[in-house]
Design a protein around this ligand. Structure first.
Ligand code: MRU
Length: 364
């Protein structure tokens, strides 16, 4: 098992995860002992981010195997529950299906399902470690090219939305991987961090991650990016994604589409970073075919934060009888995406380019 996972690790056969609902105020962990714990951790967003959800789902199937005493049909039942935990990030379904396929084969030769499941979950996480390093390297080339055009002492300004760092996928994240790589190479960078209402993953998680690595950043409201682009203060946008169709439509945290529109209008390059496990080659049209998560209205009606007594609590920000709507994700059409930064290289967001670079992922 790779020591670079950071957001989760194994302890005595259980999966320990950082509880992301407590950050940035408290760095605490939760121990997931069975598949129901894994499902709940995904649902209540103890763990989150497409890649992270996939990893915990894979280890969840391992926990399911441990609970099932070698009974494959029982593992499948429990895995089906994990698979439904959240609807949008395809890494969840991808990871569960990959584990079940391997377990089905293993069952034919009477192999120990627990050992096989654990090995496969670790393999997925290890692949992510290598993948996010590669994403970092390819994305960093874009940042380096922009840095060469900047006057001496001026940073490359990168805008990001939500959290697509190491909390969201081991071990460098997707959107933040090029930023970490650029920081390692000593490139002068500065990150605009969208707060990302309603759950504030930018304010709570991205700002925390970047602070841990001493990377210069500024928190902005979700609506500030457009003005910053008009002022020429954004050189590049990089976001993560939860699902990309074979035509290059991108599902990501709500508000991503509006950033892409503003970037398009201001000729700011807009890149999406992802491991290939985030492609959904079964579907073409993001708006018609990607299930967008609908979350509790309370997330919009209340803001969560640190209270004076140091407890984490929430305050209401709307009148008592105001209804609220809370879609978790939106779709950025391929035409607004400058390119996809993947572990195999940078790919145009078009059906032909995706099919050429990822031919092996196409359905038979
Ligand atoms: O609702 P979340 O916090 O799970 O949403 C996360 C995002 O939208 C990320 O940008 C996306 O999952 C990419 S992270 C590898």
């Amino acid at each position: 098992m790779n020591s670079n996972y950071k957001a989760f690790w194994l302890e005595g056969g259980d999966l320990v995860v950082i509880d992301q609902t407590q950050l940035p105020f408290r760095l605490v962990t939760k121990t997931l002992k069975n598949s129901a714990d894994a499902t709940l951790a995904i649902q209540d967003m103890t763990v989150r981010g497409a890649g992270g959800i996939g990893n915990v789902a894979a280890f969840g199937v391992y926990l399911a195997a441990r609970e099932s005493d070698g009974d494959l049909s029982k593992v499948k039942e429990l895995a089906a529950v994990i698979r439904r935990a959240r609807p949008t990030a395809v890494n969840l379904m991808w990871a569960v299906d990959r584990l079940l396929l391997v377990l089905e084969k293993a069952a034919l030769t009477n192999q120990d399902l627990v050992t096989v499941a654990l090995k496969e979950a670790i393999a997925i996480a290890d692949e992510d470690v290598i993948g996010t390093r590669q994403i970092g390297k390819f994305g960093c080339e874009l940042i380096e090219a922009i840095a060469k055009t900047k006057p001496q002492g001026e940073p490359v300004n990168i805008l990001t939305h939500c959290n697509a760092g190491w909390l969201a996928i081991v071990d460098r994240g997707s959107a933040l991987a090029p930023i970490y790589e650029a920081s390692d190479r000593g490139i002068n960078i500065h990150v605009w961090v969208d707060e990302t209402r309603p759950r504030n993953q930018g304010a709570n998680l991205t700002a925390w991650e970047l602070g841990q690595s001493q990377i210069p950043h500024t928190l902005i409201t979700d609506n500030a990016g457009g003005l910053l682009m008009q002022y020429g203060k954004v050189d590049l946008c990089i976001v993560g994604t939860d699902r990309v169709t074979r035509k290059g439509d991108v599902a990501n945290k709500i508000g991503t589409y509006l950033k892409a529109l503003a970037a398009f209008d201001n000729q700011v390059p807009f890149y999406v970073a992802l491991p290939s496990s985030t492609f959904d080659m079964q579907i073409a049209d993001g708006i018609q075919e990607i299930a967008i998560e609908s979350r509790s209205a309370d997330e919009v009606l209340y803001m969560q934060g640190l209270q004076n007594d140091q407890s984490i609590g929430r305050v209401r920000i709307a009148p008592l009888n105001t209804p609220a709507l809370n879609y978790g994700f939106d779709i950025t059409p391929a035409r607004l995406v400058t390119g996809l930064i993947t572990e195999r290289g940078i790919c145009e967001a078009s059906e032909l380019a995706i099919a050429t670079m990822f031919m092996d992922l196409l359905p038979l």
